[in-house]
Design a protein around this ligand. Structure first.
Ligand code: PYC
Length: 309
């Protein structure tokens, strides 16, 4: 399998450019389901240890249904499949540019949840225009065992998020373990109470917010991803969900800049516009760098040929 690795504001993306599963025709959603049901060993092989790590988001390039798109893409991680991935879309854009498949300017990527626009602003700067994002519920209060009362909003930014305005744990790298533990507890309690997205979707991303470190940023976050890794970037879909909440609260106007800092201090610049039907269309800008090109090998007697489960 031939892969190209990049990172977007510190968050790794591994794009499968050759040797991935053949998923046949159909919508990207249908092909994601086929990937999950019939070819999941490819996912584990591509990104799990010992060839990858929990932090890696994989991206399988596919033929798009919509011919206006430069590529179709299915994102996956250490535990399963992602509807969308903002940092991953930026990683795919710089990878396609590295391969000479796209140049500077505006392109489209087809994902299982819709078409996302990627604009290559310079070799390593990418702006994505994400799928319409919205807040489903505001100020949902839950009592979390071992943590106490936690209040958050539920919003869609291409994945489902629970956004907690005041992080229960300081947003510093030294507190990663406690942040992880708190986020796991929040996620488990949401699941136990059967609190879901508007479509019944699992809320599998937890986002804690607090004041930024940099004077010119608006906020700092910690994003817990399905599978237990934390996002090294400020999270493209998570920042989209945040914009939807800010818009719903009247705290951010269309076109106004929002700088979201991640737990490692990297940042996305974000804003939104509204479309003809009033939906929030987030635009998130960040930097992505290709950092390796590799051929992954599977030897017949390797006990971890399909990754460490
Ligand atoms: O950037 O949207 C994102 C993302 C989702 C999970 C990890 N990164």
């Amino acid at each position: 399998m031939r892969v190209i690795d990049s990172h977007t504001e510190g968050a790794p993306t591994r794009v499968i450019v050759d040797g991935g599963p053949g998923l046949g025709a159909g919508s990207l959603r249908e092909r994601l389901e086929r990937f999950r049901d019939r070819a999941d060993s490819y996912r584990r092989f591509a990104i799990s240890e010992p060839r990858g790590s929990d932090a890696v988001v994989g991206a399988l390039l596919c033929e798009p249904v919509d011919e206006a798109c430069a590529a179709g893409v299915i994102f996956f991680n250490n535990t399963g499949y992602l509807n969308m991935c903002g940092h991953g879309a930026m990683g795919v854009a710089v990878t396609l540019a590295y391969l000479g498949r796209i140049g500077p300017g505006i392109h489209r990527l087809e994902t299982p949840v819709g078409v996302v626009q990627v604009e290559l602003l310079s070799p390593n700067e990418v702006a994505i225009e994400n799928v319409p994002s919205y807040r489903h519920r505001a100020k949902v209060a839950i009592d979390v065992p071992g943590l106490g009362a936690v209040t958050g909003d539920i919003a869609w930014g291409g994945n489902w998020f629970f956004l907690v305005e005041q992080s229960p744990v300081p947003l510093v790298m030294e507190s990663l373990r406690q942040l992880d533990d708190a986020a796991r507890r929040v996620r488990a309690e949401l699941e136990r109470r059967e609190i879901t997205g508007s479509d019944g979707g699992l809320i599998d991303h937890i986002e804690f917010f607090g004041p930024p470190n940099a004077a010119d940023a608006n906020s700092r976050n910690f994003v817990y991803c399905p599978g237990g890794a934390y996002d090294r970037s400020p999270c493209g879909t998570g920042t989209s969900a945040k914009l939807a909440c800010l818009a719903a609260d009247g705290k951010l106007a269309p076109g106004e800049l929002w700088v979201q800092e991640s737990i490692i201090g990297s940042r996305f610049s974000a804003s939104y516009r509204t479309d003809e039907s009033g939906q929030i269309i987030p635009r998130i800008t960040g930097r992505a760098y290709v950092c390796s090109e590799a051929t992954l090998i599977q030897q017949p007697d390797d006990p971890y040929a399909h990754g460490i489960a």
